[in-house]
Write a protein that binds this ligand. Structure first.
Ligand code: R5P
Length: 299
């Protein structure tokens, strides 16, 4: 069987190299540039005829990447690739999933249509499925959704093993799916807080009585940290009720603007993330999980 060719965006190169050792693949040479006027330029320096092509690009800052992605996928097809798949460890445009206000674009559906037009399959990790039950509701291509809780739990077991009692905390109801599984696998208790969002940056979070967890290490787990408003508020509220050590773990470390610094300023015990979006907090490796999904991708 011929090797797959992986074309990677710069930010995913480490993950892509890691994958080539786990699946039967080579990294393909590609030029991704911008003309002085901002238009995108793509050139493949690889013969893709009758080859399976996989493009790896995490879709944080998606508007800066989408033209390169489309030009790359379409060019691979025009040059005879047998299949063109997308590994997007972080999938963008999942939160604007309804028309909240009259006249708004339902970006999740439109973006899904665009990706479905150019790719044959999609592999992603914990997309923000809130009002959709599955990606099939908006993506018309074959998609594989992977979940990070087991690798997060495994990481906690290895790295926080000296913390005998742990409380896994979800900052809002949507995070329950992650915290419940992490807690179960780690053998810890969990609680889920109540969040009310007032704007993109302002949230209110209510916190229950923590008196029975005073001797526990608190581990906040969420899918995304963007402005960090959610985590900052949750940390403030936990600190009002407890002096326990606090850790923060996210699947996708988006960290908009100075969000990471604001979180560092809280001087908590640690801030960690999966390597789905390249960031200094990446400690939890998802490449084994992605490799398994690629191997399961049938011709
Ligand atoms: C929202 O429901 C998500 O699960 C995250 O809680 C949210 O995206 C975090 O955003 P931010 O860091 O901007 O508060």
């Amino acid at each position: 069987m011929s090797k797959k060719i992986i074309f990677s965006f710069e930010s995913e190169l480490e993950l892509a190299k890691n994958l080539t050792t786990k699946i039967n693949a080579n990294i393909g040479k590609v030029e991704l540039k911008h003309f002085p006027d901002g238009e995108s330029y793509v050139r493949l320096h690889e013969n893709v005829k009758d080859q399976e092509v996989i493009i790896i690009s995490s879709l944080n800052q998606p508007d800066q990447k989408i033209m390169h992605l489309i030009l790359l996928a379409q060019t691979a097809k025009e040059l005879g690739a047998s299949k063109v798949g997308l590994i997007a460890p972080y999938l963008a445009y999942m939160r604007q999933d309804i028309r909240f206000n009259q006249g708004e674009a339902v970006a999740a559906r439109i973006f899904a249509g665009l990706i479905s037009n150019y790719f044959d399959f999609l592999i992603t990790i914990d997309p923000h499925l809130h009002r959709y039950n599955s990606l099939d509701e908006i993506y018309s291509i074959k998609n594989t959704v992977l979940h990070a809780p087991l690798v997060i739990a495994d990481w906690i077991n290895h790295n926080l093993k000296n913390h005998e009692k742990k409380l896994i905390i979800g900052p809002d109801i949507e995070s329950q799916q992650w915290v419940e599984q992490v807690a179960k696998t780690v053998g810890a208790s969990f609680i889920v807080l109540e969040k009310t969002r007032h704007s993109a940056t302002e949230v209110e979070i209510s916190i229950p009585d923590l008196s029975s967890y005073q001797d526990h290490t608190m581990i906040l787990v969420d899918d995304i940290i963007s402005t960090a408003g959610t985590m900052l508020k949750a940390i403030d509220n936990i600190k009002k009720l407890s002096s326990a050590e606090i850790y923060v773990i996210a699947v996708h470390a988006l960290f908009a603007n100075d969000a990471y610094q604001k979180l560092l300023d809280k001087k908590i015990a640690g801030i960690f993330s999966c390597n789905t979006v390249r960031h200094v907090s990446n400690m939890i490796d998802v490449s084994d999980m992605i490799a398994r999904a690629v191997k399961n991708e049938k011709n």
